[in-house]
Design a binder for this molecule. Structure first.
Ligand code: NAD
Ligand code: TYD
Length: 355
């Protein structure tokens, strides 16, 4: 089996759903259920014995030790993090605690567990650390996309905390030989994306008749990747990635925020027109820019394509349409995510009986 951290969040939940759709290898899911953790994302697995949910903190060393000893995973996929840049600006403390100290705790626990494994299992073990392209900082308009050797230059408390954890993961490989792999991925989007992030926020604000907030001039560029393509990349890295290696993962779908928002508005104009027939783009509202806002991220994903044979399946056009349709079709999920009612879901469906 494998141990996943942060599996009740956006990418972690998609990863577990895709993993169990592709194989029968069980997953132990350690998640603290912060505001971003939503077990409703995993409703399809509520009665599936292949998914074992454990509510807890990655920074709790005794808990992580106990889980490793009990379940004896052959790999660990580490997603758990505080992930929202705007929150990191308002309150960076939790980002340091979870993203840096939590990663340190996991690495140490994994090292102790791995060191004691028999030789063959030791060689096969993997610690995969899920990271972001934001660690590389901001690219100039004409600069070449980020490769794996691009210098680190994080600009937000979030990206600085992720950069710190990348450095720890790298050092645990070089110093202790722990078989670590790292992926640095661009902005994800798709089902179960928490409505504080740009794409779900725009879809849901548009439908609610609210303003669509564009930070600054809206000309910031992001390289969007459909979440299941990211999950497939991580499965490939767990299967065939080389210890000590970093893999950049991206969709090759650069777009400015303003162009992206207009694309979503145009899709909604067709799929769910406003009652008055006017275009949703009327709701676009420029607001104050985010402090320290990175202008551009762009990923060069040739290494993972060449070495592991991964390629994204979705284009931005196909992925955005799927995503808009998903939000239109999942009223209950949206209502619970917005009202906080998803917090009660666990008690109702699991009856407090977690592993
Ligand atoms: P998310 O905020 O949706 O989910 C994070 C999950 O981690 C939540 O379920 C939360 O409850 C859990 N968690 C937080 N602190 C914890 C702790 N101390 N112990 C245990 N669980 C804890 O985040 P996401 O968007 O799914 O991102 C997952 C990972 O992917 C993160 O490491 C993030 O840095 C990385 N990443 C995200 C993106 C993106 O576009 N969202 C892109 C590249 C990389
Ligand atoms: P976000 O989804 O927060 O991801 P990240 O900051 O990790 O890239 O934001 C994506 C982009 O959209 C980013 O450039 C900030 C911008 N943005 C807005 O313009 N308005 C908003 O309301 C939000 C949440 C983000």
């Amino acid at each position: 089996m494998i141990l996943v951290t942060g599996g009740a969040g956006f990418i972690g939940a998609n990863f577990i759903l895709d993993w169990l759709a592709a194989s029968d290898e069980p997953v132990v899911n350690l998640d603290k259920l912060t505001y971003a953790g939503n077990l409703e994302n995993l409703a399809a697995l509520a009665h599936d014995a292949r998914h074992v949910f454990v509510e807890g903190d990655i920074a709790d060393r005794a808990l992580v030790d106990a889980l490793l000893a009990r379940h004896k995973p052959r790999a660990l996929a580490h997603f758990a993090a505080e992930s929202h840049v705007d929150r990191s600006i308002r309150g960076p403390g939790e980002f340091i605690r979870t993203n840096v100290e939590g990663a340190f705790t996991l690495l140490e626990a994994a090292r102790a567990y791995w060191s004691a494994l028999p030789q063959a299992e030791k060689a096969a073990f993997r610690f995969h650390h899920v990271s972001t392209d934001e660690v590389y900082g901001s690219l100039a308009p004409e600069a070449a996309p980020f490769t794996e050797t691009h210098p680190y230059a994080p600009n937000s408390p979030y990206s600085a905390s992720k950069a710190a954890s990348d450095h720890l993961a790298r050092a645990w490989f070089h110093t202790y030989g722990l078989p670590v792999t790292i992926s640095n991925c661009s902005n994800n989007y798709g089902p179960f994306h928490f409505p504080e992030k740009l794409i779900p926020l725009v879809i849901l604000n548009a439908l609610a008749g609210k303003p669509l907030p564009v930070y600054g001039d809206g000309q910031q560029m992001r390289d969007w990747l459909y979440v299941s393509d990211h999950c497939a990349a991580i499965r490939r890295i767990l299967a065939a990635g080389q210890p000590g290696e970093t893999y950049n993962v991206g969709g090759g779908n650069e777009m400015s925020n303003l162009a992206l928002i207009k694309t979503i508005c145009a899709l909604l104009d067709t799929l769910e027109p406003r009652a008055d027939g006017l275009p949703y783009a009327r709701q676009i509202a420029h607001v104050a820019d985010r402090p320290g806002h990175d202008r551009r991220y762009s990923i060069n994903a040739r290494k993972i394509e060449r070495e592991l044979g991964w390629k994204p399946r979705e284009t931005l056009a196909s992925g955005i349409e799927k995503t808009v349709r998903w939000y239109l079709e999942h009223d209950d999920w949206v209502t619970h995510a917005q009202s906080g009612a998803y917090r009660e879901w666990m008690a109702r469906h699991y009856g407090g009986a977690h592993a």
